[in-house]
Ligand binder design. Structure first.
Ligand SMILES: [Zn+2]
Length: 175
């Protein structure tokens, strides 16, 4: 099955937030099953599995954080709590001996990896680069990594061009 994953978020945790699209309206869920989640995690390069309900709970907590940063409102306590919950489940990497040779073992699950990415984003000045696409039917989340930090669209070729075409239609209609 062809899935509609988008990867313009600029960060792992923001790409994850964008697995729910069209948030300007009621939202359209792309993670409808554990198989969807498995596919997203694998495509994102994360190993392991995670329960769907816990994954979407973390995702919505991160999105609440994104919205608060963009709107300059108080950072949600629940978001911090949820992220910290998953950070606490991060195990330090360590060396194990296997057949006389040391092997690097890491047991950090995919949701802890996503939470760590979100913590690095929210917990540093990078949070000031968080944006919500200005496309009237989009609201995709992304981190503006451009030098000028004036990016308005998730993907210029999609939402930017659509907005330009709408502007063009309005201009023509008014003359
Ligand atoms: Zn967009």
């Amino acid at each position: 099955m062809e899935r509609e994953w988008v990867w313009y978020g600029g960060r792992l945790s923001i790409d994850f937030v964008n697995t729910r699209k069209q948030r300007y309206a009621a939202g359209r869920e792309l993670l409808l099953s554990s198989a969807d989640l498995d596919d997203w995690l694998a495509t994102a390069g994360l190993r392991g599995h995670a329960p769907l309900a816990e994954a979407t709970e973390l995702r919505e907590a991160i999105d609440a954080g994104v919205r608060s940063v963009v709107a300059h409102t108080a950072f949600p306590a629940a978001t911090r709590k949820t992220i910290n919950h998953w950070l606490a489940r991060t195990e330090p990497p360590h060396l194990e001996m296997r057949a006389g040779a040391p092997v690097l073992r890491t047991h950090t699950g995919p949701l802890s990896r996503i939470a760590l990415d979100a913590a690095e984003l929210f917990g540093t000045d990078t949070r000031n680069r968080l944006r919500i696409c200005a496309g009237s039917d989009c609201s995709g989340r992304f981190v503006d990594l451009s030098a000028g930090q004036r990016r308005r669209w998730c993907v210029m070729a999609v939402c930017g061009n659509r907005a330009k075409a709408a502007q063009h239609r309005r201009t023509k209609g008014s003359t």
